[in-house]
Design a binder for this molecule. Structure first.
Ligand code: 13P
Ligand code: SF4
Length: 357
């Protein structure tokens, strides 16, 4: 049964998107920085927790020094389980905040505090909270890509690897939902589960630019290629996917599916890990160009690109860019994040499970 349509909350386009600026280093500087960071991590009892969209340098360093490279759910889990006194979160601000919310006793540093996320920016707490208050009968489910204050208002926090399962569970309990902020992921979850959801109208400036027509053309040139899509993409792109999933789930698909080539609709930072797990497979960037192209960041998140070795060495040396979350907000936000972590544990949901479409 299709649930009734609801009036939509106001659209929230994020207009102020910075350009993608990659760190540029020569070999000598790179080697010197890596040596310095290795030493500082050890001396300060710190671990590096990095997202798959960060640079290959950061991903390599995280893995070689006992840290982790993963999707946002596993970043949260790893930081929580780690015994290190300091977590260095190479990703975007909501990931640093989630680490701090779960680990108030740890110091959490980020290479660049300006590393935002268009989804987070599209959902200001001062607008979202009154919107939720106007619908007291609904369960509030927010994507991890939100501020601590928005998480504090939510009943549940979910990441892309667990969103469908949580919403299905809530629907089975007869609950109606407010979903924020990503309208495309929300739409995908709504269509998959049939739940009654009001969708906040945010979007990811990177994923919303993938173009179905151009992907179709590329597929004609590579008919054998599997199509892998992150669910922050538009519905017509999701409709073409062989696998829809979180970053970890898409990497798993490259490793496990028999295809020898893939069209990948997510940030190109993920190619580093995909090449590592399947070195002989051909990976093709899903086009953001072609007819009607408007992309500003073209399959690379400008905020993820703000992370780099120079900034990482700097924060380790100075202690700059520490993440703080007000305690009254933290105690509320931790409840909704823990609900997700407990649900994943109780239902034996593998962090790297795959969802075929
Ligand atoms: P994942 O949880 O799939 O890593 O996604 C985080 C994100 O920001 C994708 O754009
Ligand atoms: Fe946010 Fe999109 Fe960047 Fe992910 S890729 S951090 S959703 S802006």
């Amino acid at each position: 049964m299709t649930p009734a349509a609801h009036p939509l909350p106001p659209a929230h386009p994020v207009l102020d998107v910075p350009p993608v600026v990659e760190e540029s280093l020569d070999d000598a500087e790179r080697a010197a920085l890596i040596a310095r960071i290795r030493h500082l991590l050890k001396a300060q009892d710190a671990v590096l927790v990095a997202h798959y969209y960060t640079s290959a340098d950061l991903q390599r360093l995280a893995e070689e020094t006992g840290g982790c490279v993963s999707d946002s759910l596993e970043m949260a889990r790893f930081g929580h389980a780690s015994k290190a006194k300091t977590l260095i979160v190479a990703g975007v601000r909501f990931m640093g905040e989630t680490a701090k919310i779960l680990n108030p006793e740890k110091r959490v540093l980020m290479p660049d505090l300006e590393a935002e996320c268009s989804l987070d920016l599209s959902c200001p707490a001062e607008e979202f909270i009154p919107f939720c208050d106007a619908h007291p009968e609904r369960t509030v489910v927010v994507y991890a890509n939100t501020s601590a204050a928005v998480k504090a208002r939510a009943d549940w926090v979910v990441t892309s690897s667990i969103a469908v399962r949580v919403v299905q569970h809530l629907k089975d309990r007869g609950e109606k939902i407010i979903w924020a902020p990503d309208r495309y992921l929300g739409d995908y979850v709504q269509r998959t589960t049939g739940a009654d959801m009001i969708l906040w109208q945010g979007a990811c400036v990177v994923h919303e630019k993938f173009k179905a027509d151009a992907i179709r053309q590329l597929k004609r040139e590579h008919p054998e290629a599997g199509i892998l899509v992150h669910p922050e993409s538009p519905p017509e792109v999701i409709a073409m996917a062989d696998v829809v999933g979180s970053t970890t789930q898409l990497i798993r698909a490259v490793q496990e599916l028999p295809n020898q080539s893939f069209i990948v609709a997510t940030d190109i930072g993920i190619f580093h890990k995909m090449h590592q797990v399947a070195p002989h497979k051909l990976l093709l960037e899903a086009p953001t160009g072609g007819k009607g192209a408007t992309c500003v960041s073209c399959a690379h998140c400008p905020w993820m690109a703000m992370n780099g070795l120079r900034k990482l060495a700097h924060v380790l040396e100075t202690g700059d860019n520490e993440i703080h979350v007000a305690e009254d907000i933290r105690v509320k936000a931790v409840r909704s994040i823990n609900r997700m972590l407990e649900f994943a544990g109780q239902n034996s949901i593998p962090v790297a499970g795959m969802s075929g479409d």
